[in-house]
Design a protein around this ligand. Sequence first.
Ligand code: SF4
Ligand code: SF4
Length: 78
Amino acid sequence: MAAKVNVEECTGCGLCADECPAEAITISEDGYAVVDEDECTECGACTDVCPNVAITLWIRFCRLISRTAFKSGFSACS
Ligand code: SF4
Ligand code: SF4
């Protein structure tokens, strides 16, 4: 599943686009990042550089939730 952008949090700074090795991110005329889902390789590089946590890779989010859930005995994403 490709990276997703939360347009409410994205400032259009372009850091994610600069970091994306697949050149899958562009900044729209409206001023936020857009991911080309066909090009995204799910590497996660964009999520590491975003200062606003505005771009999310579901696989990573799911692992985070799973780690948290494991401690409480509940698995949300497995
Ligand atoms: S997960 Fe990787 S390939 Fe996909 S948009 Fe982010 S940096 Fe680009
Ligand atoms: S790094 Fe974050 S705030 Fe900047 S353009 Fe990408 S998603 Fe938007």
